[in-house]
Design a protein around this ligand. Sequence first.
Ligand code: AMP
Ligand code: AMP
Length: 360
Amino acid sequence: MVAVAEVHRILDDYDHSSVSVATIGSHSALNIFKGAREEGFKTVCICKKGREKTYNRFGLVDDYIMIDDMNDTASEEVQEKLRELNSIVIPHGSFNAYIDQARMDEFRVPIMGNRTLLEVETSRVKQHDWMRSAGLKVPKIFESAKDIEELAFVKFPGAKGGKGYFVVDSEAAFKKKMKLMLKKNLITKEEAKNPYIQEYIIGVNAYPHYFHSPLRDETEFLGVDKRYESSVDGVFRIPVPEQIGQEISPTFSIVGNFPMVLRESLLDEIFDIGEKIVKESEKLAPPGLIGAFCLEAIIKEDLEIIAFEISSRIVAGCNALIGSSPYTYLMYNEPMYMGKRIAREIKEAVKEDKLKELVT
Ligand code: AMP
Ligand code: AMP
C-alpha cells in the first residue's frame, strides 16, 4: 500500500488554489460531482467509454479521463492526469467492485479516506470483527454449511450488490441452491468456493450514513435509506400458492434506494453506533475514519439494531438524499447531503491548510 508520507509529498506538489474533486463515473458520482460543484470545485470523471452519456446529461463534469476498462482507473496514465489536475479522489463502491486491490495499492493519488479501512471492505471477516469490537450487535457466523441450524443467509466475496445471494435453512437446501445459482450464472465457480454464511436476521433494513470530520473532530449522522432489491422485493407480489409452485429463490440484486426516517427513539442509538465505530477505527487503523462511512443494519421487532456490513466511504444509498435529508435539514442551516458534505470538508481543509488530515 502507498505510504501516507508519499501521498502527502504528492499533495505538497499540488496547486492548492485549484484542487479538483475526482471519482469514477458510476455508483454515487453524480452525488459527489454535484456537491463538489456547489462548493466551487472543478470535477473530474474517470469514465469508462460509453458511460459518459449519463454524465453529459447532467452537465456536472469539467474534465473527463476516458478509460476502456474500470481497472484502468489505477493505470499510470490516469494517475498522472489526476495529479496534473490536482485531484482529490473520492472513493465509492466501484473502486472495490471493479479495481484489483493490488492495483489500488499502487495508486499514487490522494484519496479522501483511510486506505487501510477502505481495504477492510474486501474482507467480510474484518468488517465483522471491526463492528463486533466496536460493541455493535452483529449476526452469528456459520463456519461451514454443515453448521446451518436455523435460517441462514449465504453471500459471496466482493461488493456484488447482492447478486446471487440466497437464504437457506439446512445443509441440504444450501447444496441445492448453490447448484441453482451456478446454473443460472448468478455466481461463478470461483465465488462458490467462498460462501460466507450468516444468521438470517428478520426485521427491516435501515442503512445509516455518517460523516466523520477530522477538522471538527465530530461524527455526524446525515441520513438513512432502505434498499429495493430484485427479486426479493418483487416476489411477494405473487400469490403464495404460485410462489410455492414456481419454487422461487429470491435474490438480492440492488436496484435502487428509498429515503427513510427512523422512529425518533432510535436516533440516540444510531448516533452512538456511529461514534463507537469511529472510536474503534482509531485503534484499528490510526488516525481512523475520514469522511463518509455507512452501515448496513437490520432492525428487529424488539428494536434491536443488528449491523451486518460497513463501508468506509460514501454508499449509493446517499443518492436518495441528494439535496437534503430530514436530519441534515435539522442540523444545518442550509441544504446538505453527502457529496456536498465531503466537498465542504475539503474546502475547509484547503482554507486552513489541513488537506493532509483528509487524505491517505
Ligand atoms: P454501477 O454504477 O451500477 O456499475 O455499480 C457500481 C458498483 O456499486 C456495483 O458493484 C454495484 O453493485 C454497486 N452499487 C451500485 N448502486 C448501488 C446501490 N444503490 N446500493 C448498493 N450497491 C450499489
Ligand atoms: P450485502 O451485500 O451484505 O449488502 O447484502 C445484500 C442484501 O442482503 C441486504 O441489503 C439485505 O437485504 C440482505 N441481507 C444481508 N445480510 C443479511 C442478514 N444477515 N439477514 C437478512 N438479510 C440480509
